[in-house]
Design a protein around this ligand. Sequence first.
Ligand SMILES: Nc1nc2c(c(=O)[nH]1)N[C@H]1C(S)=C(S)[C@@H](COP(=O)(O)OP(=O)(O)OC[C@H]3O[C@@H](n4cnc5c(=O)[nH]c(N)nc54)[C@H](O)[C@@H]3O)O[C@H]1N2
Ligand SMILES: Nc1nc2c(c(=O)[nH]1)N[C@H]1C(S)=C(S)[C@@H](COP(=O)(O)OP(=O)(O)OC[C@H]3O[C@@H](n4cnc5c(=O)[nH]c(N)nc54)[C@H](O)[C@@H]3O)O[C@H]1N2
Ligand code: SF4
Ligand SMILES: [Mo]
Length: 701
Amino acid sequence: MAGLPAVCPLCEAACGLLVELADGRVTGVRGDPDDPMSQGYLCPKATAVGDVMADPDRLRAPRQRQGGAWVERSWAGLTEEVGARLASIQKAHGRSSVAMYLGNPVVHDHGALLGGVLLRKALGTRHAYSATSLDQLPHMRVAYELFGHQLLLPVPDVDRTDHLLVIGANPLVSNGSLATAPDMRRRLRALRERGGRLVVVDPRRSETAAVADQWVAVRPGGDAALLLGMLWTLAEDGALRPGRLAAATEGIEAFTAALRPFSPERVAGAAGVEAETLRQLARSFAAAPSAVCYPRMGACTQAEGGLVAYLAVALNLLTGNLDRAGGAMFGDPPADLVGLGSLLGQGGSAGRYRSAARGLPEVGGELPIVTLAEDIEAGAPIKALICVAGNPVSSAPQGDRLARAIEKLELVVSVDLYCNETSRLAHYILPTAFGFEKPHYDLAFSALALRSGARYAPALVPPPAGLPSDWSLLTGLARGLLQAGGGKGLGARAALEGACALGPDGIVDLMLRLGPRRTSLRAVRAAAHGLDYGPLRERLPARLFTPGRQIRLWSPLWEGALADYAGRIDAPAEPLVLVGRRRLASNNSWLHNVARLRRGPDRCTLIVHPEDADRAGLGARARVESPVGAVEVPVERSVDIRPGVVSLPHGYGQGLPGVQLSVAAAQPGANINHLIEAARVEPISGTAALSGQPVRLLPAP
Ligand SMILES: Nc1nc2c(c(=O)[nH]1)N[C@H]1C(S)=C(S)[C@@H](COP(=O)(O)OP(=O)(O)OC[C@H]3O[C@@H](n4cnc5c(=O)[nH]c(N)nc54)[C@H](O)[C@@H]3O)O[C@H]1N2
Ligand SMILES: Nc1nc2c(c(=O)[nH]1)N[C@H]1C(S)=C(S)[C@@H](COP(=O)(O)OP(=O)(O)OC[C@H]3O[C@@H](n4cnc5c(=O)[nH]c(N)nc54)[C@H](O)[C@@H]3O)O[C@H]1N2
Ligand code: SF4
Ligand SMILES: [Mo]
């Protein structure tokens, strides 16, 4: 089978594909062996791209809710109409009266990403939210504080390291996150074959922990304690040797002094890990020729997420493993969003304004999504919401409460493929092109890839019924808004018209020309399987965006955070807490309608240690209760989880009224976020503490 080169838009691995088409339909997909990154790898979800494109439940026309019923609309004049309604709300109630939420798939489409940023700029609203505050925001906050740019995120150099310490990531299922490295199984096998060591810190023996040299069953939320105990040990051993970057780092002494209260004996209880194990973890990390600590979802979407993200950078830095081969390196993208952002004076921001009810700070121009419902309830002047490729009613804590708050708004616009948990509440659903109907350039993930490279895949088929791309829809809404006198006016209009003259591909071309490789989109396109510029290189201190190009390891922020943590480290452990997990054959909330991925047994199960199951008298099903909700789910007994911890996947629960997902709703499962308290955030960035929710178990019929 030959097949046309394409890129899988579903996850960060961004595998190269070869796609076979017949009559405009996808009839076959396989991995592209000539793709320099993925080398022929693909996962079972790749076929789902074609399934979503052809899904009968996919919306093929825009629709408007009129008197409780959906009415199909034509595209003619529609973006002007919606833009004008947004403008009139802004004129009556101020620019921030229109809220905007950008969901995860926005980052997987350069047109959606650029169009989303432009629309957000045009709106000029302070009520901007995204999936970031359910995900990697702590890492971004740390990058901004230490390196001066919120997108300067270190990537674990998995292919060259001798020691990989994974904290709260499960790349064998997630296929890697903030690390574009397709086929993690092969890469981890290669690590061990060259004599390297894989250590996984996770309350559950995850699929990745199961192939590791060592599984450390940390207490949920105990990772900051674990890292502090490790750093304390190395300080005591005199083994903190930052090497080359010592001269470019401010505050090493103050940081080291601040470790004093956190001896392994002192932190062992909070970590839920023996003091001796903490010493061993520290010493084997420091002794390896190269080593990297890789903290992800489970490490940052928890009560101490900001500290964990910070301490992981500190561990890499102070053992000489930051910005070196086999350590934590910085991406080297030919189209460089980081460089461009700082050219525009946008390395990031924090605390310029705060959410109304709880006073959580803005980070990078966004407020935490957990504040949206409470701010609407508290009467903040939010009257409208535009939700782009996102499903916060499913993906954010207490989504049921968010749904009730959204129902109070005057105008809700969903830009989405489906009528799902969130878009069912909209006044307009504006569907777009998807998958191989859109061109692909990895603007975001090329900056997180283990190798420097560039790859462009053109659209392979036209979208059905003339659906617009996300780019043209979002820029159309921005134009409609500005023309009707809403938004930020002149400056935004000039930026929008300039960007529209180029188009998303033109912008990428310009970025490639201005970027470090001085290449062009034409050159990239000429290489059908992509250009490969090789492994990552040392970038510091030149790549730093801080004054004086210094890594700001120490500041009052961290001083305060560590002092606060010392004050609560001895708090008694909750008897039972909930953590999440992912499944290979799903993607957050939205691939549940693909029949091919739903074969086999119900996977929305609660993993419970037999001791906990017996104590609660559980049979086949359990009722899980938290202070904010309850769900009933099938029980899966397993010793592969720390006692006192239960695990439930996220993204389920499609059985809500009005959802039009026939496959998913037939076997909807339960939504974990109905149990998670929106009040629980990590204090540094306001990111939702999705993990570590206290719960109670009861037998269910
Ligand atoms: N409890 C718990 N909650 C979690 C997580 C967890 O681990 N546990 N994970 C969190 C994480 S990491 C994330 S990233 C978020 C994700 O949360 P969200 O970004 O809010 O939601 P998704 O589930 O990714 O839904 C994406 C939506 O985009 C639509 N879509 C897909 N492709 C396109 C496209 O090309 N164009 C348009 N216009 N729409 C498209 C889909 O139909 C779907 O409705 O969830 C978070 N929520
Ligand atoms: N198949 C599939 N792939 C996906 C997705 C998907 O939904 N399905 N979603 C994509 C997205 S948006 C993202 S952001 C990535 C995320 O990808 P990863 O960062 O790899 O995250 P997860 O797979 O959720 O794994 C998180 C792990 O953290 C553990 N954990 C929970 N709490 C704690 C804790 O307190 N401490 C520690 N140390 N561990 C803890 C959990 O048990 C779990 O094994 O995956 C992406 N890839
Ligand atoms: S790992 Fe699977 S879902 Fe992710 S990009 Fe590759 S084929 Fe697509
Ligand atoms: Mo994510």
